[in-house]
Write a protein that binds this ligand. Structure first.
Ligand SMILES: Nc1nc2c(c(=O)[nH]1)N[C@H]1C(S)=C(S)[C@@H](COP(=O)(O)OP(=O)(O)OC[C@H]3O[C@@H](n4cnc5c(=O)[nH]c(N)nc54)[C@H](O)[C@@H]3O)O[C@H]1N2
Ligand SMILES: Nc1nc2c(c(=O)[nH]1)N[C@H]1C(S)=C(S)[C@@H](COP(=O)(O)OP(=O)(O)OC[C@H]3O[C@@H](n4cnc5c(=O)[nH]c(N)nc54)[C@H](O)[C@@H]3O)O[C@H]1N2
Ligand code: SF4
Ligand SMILES: [Mo]
Length: 744
């Protein structure tokens, strides 16, 4: 890869040479992909590929228009209930991710043992055989010397990834969930589903949409923006509580700039009003819920006047919204992941618990206009298709992220990013020595500098990525992966699954010398001497074919039907739920059994503002950005090259700064330098930093050195601190931190 001193930034090159020239010269020693043909090139009639967008988890089905073997245009698949013929800005932009000249194009090994910011890894191109041999031999060495638990897989819990960790015998399959939606997941599992959060919300048919920090319209989440707009056109009311005027708030009938971390107080008072005034849906509550009387008793102390004192929202506003929410049908609390019920504050899981209670009280669980439970098509599981011996018992051992100490969260089989660094550094409960990373970046960890210290102590790191990310810069071996365009298989609808429907994924021939992670798994397991976990013919394609066979159809037939399988069906409302009682448990016996309050109660957030750190930190993401993955897109960067500290002019005046000035934002762990953006649409006691920037990988020629990473401000945690915070979802407390701002 490029040496720091000789690389011109791609921005400079674009100016000098125009896009085509830049693509040919850049990539610093790596062969660049040929430039894109002009967008005007007419798509061939027969050159269509069906697929699903993998930029975010909504997974909208696309149609890719091909010309001369390249994708020249993307459109949404009109047959898909999620995409409805459209993609969002990030989906359309993915074409530039696919052909990004900086993409990883072949395996590489590090020759410089030193690791860190500004250190040249001394990459050398190697063959796939060498890369797989090296990975397998290093993992085997660690497994033999220290045991299987000394190997960590940092990856989302997908089939191949789970199989890889379990076949090795390690309990340490770590994912990002406690930074994202673990709080929602645990309460939905406990109170409603028995298996985690639901992802479909029928906004389109709702008449009252109430959001606490949910900014679905400002995420460019394709379906939701359209659905909420349709609801608004049909006369629905939208009300948003957010300390920041989010895009959703800007579209709302009411924006309530609540004090951060206090939504729980408002929600408790809303529950009290609805229960005491008997405004709840009597039929739904009587037939499908358990625990109303205990709930009534538990909320009596939480009057709107009390909540007003905590949240700075007037008591009349709280009572009015409670009454409107209960009286307008259907009504729904919009939520997804990192809203007020996401893992942001010590009390966020209780906020998520109140969301479920309020949605239940108005009868909006699995009813039109409300949260819709799982209609996702169940494809046969991985281990039903492939037969292999039982996994080693060691997978049940204690974990390096401490997940085993959080029974309610552990049951969901996910992971914690907040505790990983201290686990590795303290070697508690044991030393870990090797790490394989799939599709996770260093910048996503709370306190990445600390995580980097931990990674530096490991003997071996292999990273599967598509871009030369910061995590890739810390690797001993880089394993370049397929993008979602190059993968194949089936993708059942999840984010808008009003009925069971499956999208086909046609593979684009891979670009460069890249391999899918499934083939990495197959080869590394075999080379480690774990061939018993790799039955004859096991491959990603074999899995897809076996799954297609269970649909009693063929790829050709699905293609003939426009890339989608499944007929529209009317919604049959569920009358039984996945809890011990089969009812929605307002009093949660599952939370109680796991040692948590079965009913909601007020608890303060952790961070206390003080003279040294007088401001709340808010973090958010822009509609066109995808966490740390979109900043290398030259067109997106052209109109938004770096992130900002968004603040109220009143605060800026106190600090003595104006629009565009650089400031330091500092917490007790670190500081970052970002530009000021002024708006009246934020509380003066808050500073908001948008996520995704602060790249230090010099091989990201557009994104390098632009903006700062909000994550540097967020403390990582020990398991003891995590236990003290008392959250069943092990919330990483992403915004429970106080900061200060001063001129840079
Ligand atoms: N464009 C885009 N869309 C995405 C993603 C992306 O990277 N880009 N990522 C996807 C993923 S993985 C996730 S997790 C989601 C995240 O999407 P959201 O869940 O919408 O989360 P954020 O964008 O972080 O916005 C959180 C909002 O909460 C507000 N907030 C902060 N503290 C409080 C509080 O105490 N109370 C209230 N009421 N509000 C508060 C913030 O001001 C901000 O507006 O987006 C998904 N969609
Ligand atoms: N400071 C801060 N930290 C956060 C958040 C925040 O708002 N602020 N948000 C949290 C949330 S909600 C989430 S969901 C997590 C997300 O955590 P991550 O998923 O780790 O975050 P990304 O920044 O999207 O990094 C994804 C990495 O995967 C690579 N990649 C993309 N596609 C592929 C692929 O097909 N194959 C492979 N092998 N690699 C691929 C990308 O190049 C990138 O390096 O971050 C969390 N951390
Ligand atoms: S919402 Fe946008 S980024 Fe997400 S899957 Fe759909 S098109 Fe892709
Ligand atoms: Mo997330």
């Amino acid at each position: 890869m490029s040496s720091p001193d000789t690389t011109l930034s791609r921005r400079q090159f674009l100016k000098l040479t125009g896009t085509a020239g830049a693509a040919a010269v850049l990539g610093g020693g790596l062969t660049a992909f040929a430039p894109l043909p002009a967008y005007a090139a007419p798509p061939e009639e027969d050159g269509l590929l069906y697929g699903t967008c993998g930029v975010c988890s909504m997974g909208c089905a696309y149609v890719a228009h091909m010309s001369n073997g390249r994708i020249v245009r993307l459109s949404g698949n009109p047959k898909d209930q999620t995409a409805e013929g459209k993609l969002c800005v990030r989906g359309y932009s993915a074409i530039r991710l696919l052909y990004d000249p900086d993409r990883l194009k072949y395996p590489m090994k590090r020759t410089n043992p030193e690791k860190g910011v500004g250190v040249d890894p001394g990459w050398v191109r190697i063959t796939w055989d060498e890369a797989l041999d090296l990975t397998a031999s290093k993992l085997k060495e660690v497994r033999d010397a220290y045991g299987p638990q000394a190997i960590m897989l940092v990856a989302r819990p997908k089939d191949w990834q789970k199989h890889f960790a379990k076949s090795i015998g390690t309990p340490n399959h770590i994912a990002h969930n406690n930074t994202c939606y673990s709080t929602h997941d645990v309460v939905w599992r406990a109170m409603v589903t028995g298996k985690g959060k639901t992802w479909t919300v029928d906004y389109e048919h709702s008449q009252y949409i109430l959001a606490f920090g949910w900014d679905g319209m400002g995420k460019s989440k394709n379906h939701w923006g359209r659905a909420v707009n349709t609801a608004l056109a049909n006369g629905a009311k939208l009300v948003v509580f957010d300390p920041r005027l989010s895009i959703t708030a800007a579209k709302a009938h009411g924006w309530i700039p609540i004090k951060p971390g206090t939504d729980l107080a408002v929600l408790l008072a809303m529950i009290r009003t609805i229960v005491n005034e008997e405004l709840y849906d009597k039929e739904f509550v009587a037939n499908y819920t358990a625990g109303l009387e205990q709930l009534r008793e538990a909320v009596q102390e939480y009057t709107p006047e009390w909540a007003a004192g905590i949240s700075e929202v007037p008591a009349e506003t709280i009572a009015r919204i409670a009454r409107e929410f209960a009286a307008t049908k259907p009504a729904v609390i919009a939520h997804h992941k990192r809203d007020a019920g996401g893992p942001n504050y010590t009390n966020s899981w209780r906020t998520a618990q109140c969301f479920v209670i309020l949605d239940t009280l108005v009868g909006s669980i699995d009813r039109p206009g409300g949260h819709i439970l799982d209609r996702k098509h169940k494809l046969p599981a991985f281990d039903e298709i492939f037969q292999f011996p039982a996994y080693p018992d060691t997978i049940k051992g204690p974990r390096i992220d401490g997940l085993d100490r959080f029974s309610a969260f552990k049951a969901l089989g996910k992971g914690s990013f907040s505790t990983l660094a201290e686990g590795i550094l303290s070697q508690d409960p044991y030393p870990v020595k090797a790490m394989v990373v799939w599709k996770h970046n260093l910048l996503a960890f709370p306190n990445p500098p600390r995580m980097m210290e931990a990674i530096k102590t490991l003997d071996f790191v292999a990273v599967s990525d598509i871009l030369p990310s910061e995590m890739a810069q810390l690797a001993d071996v880089v394993l370049p992966d397929y993008t979602f365009f190059e993968g194949s298989g089936l993708n059942p609808r999840t984010y808008h699954a009003m009925y069971s429907q499956v999208a086909l994924r046609d593979p684009l021939p891979p670009l460069g010398d890249v391999k899918s992670f499934s083939s990495v798994v197959v080869n590394v397991l075999k080379k480690m001497g774990l061939g018993e976990y790799v039955p004859e013919g096991m491959s990603g394609r074999a899995l897809a074919n076996a799954q297609i066979a269970t649909l009693e159809t063929t790829v050709e037939a699905i293609r003939g039907a426009g890339g989608m399988w499944g007929e529209e069906e009317p919604l049959e409302p569920k009358t039984e739920f996945g809890t011990p009682s089969g009812k929605i448990e307002l009093y949660s016996t599952v939370l109680e059994e796991n040692g948590y309050d079965p009913l909601p109660r007020w608890v303060e957030p952790r961070a206390v503002l003080n003279d040294q750190y007088p401001l709340h930190l808010l973090i958010w993401r822009k509609p066109w950005e995808r966490m740390s993955q979109s900043q290398n897109d030259p067109i997106l960067a052209e109109f938004c090259p770096e992130n900002c500290a968004t603040m109220n002019p009143e605060l800026a005046q106190k600090v003595g700064v104006g629009e565009g000035d650089y400031v330091w934002v500092e917490s007790h762990v670190n500081k970052i330098k970002v530009r000021v953006h002024l708006t009246a649409g934020i509380r003066p006691d808050c500073v908001a930093v948008d996520h995704g920037f602060g790249h230090w990988s010099r091989d990201l020629s557009v994104a390098y050195n632009m903006g700062g990473n909000d994550g540097d401000l967020i403390p990582n945690l020990t398991v003891a601190e995590q236990l003290e915070a008392g959250c069943p979802g092990m919330a990483a407390l992403m915004e429970d931190v106080a900061v200060k701002v001063y001129k840079a």
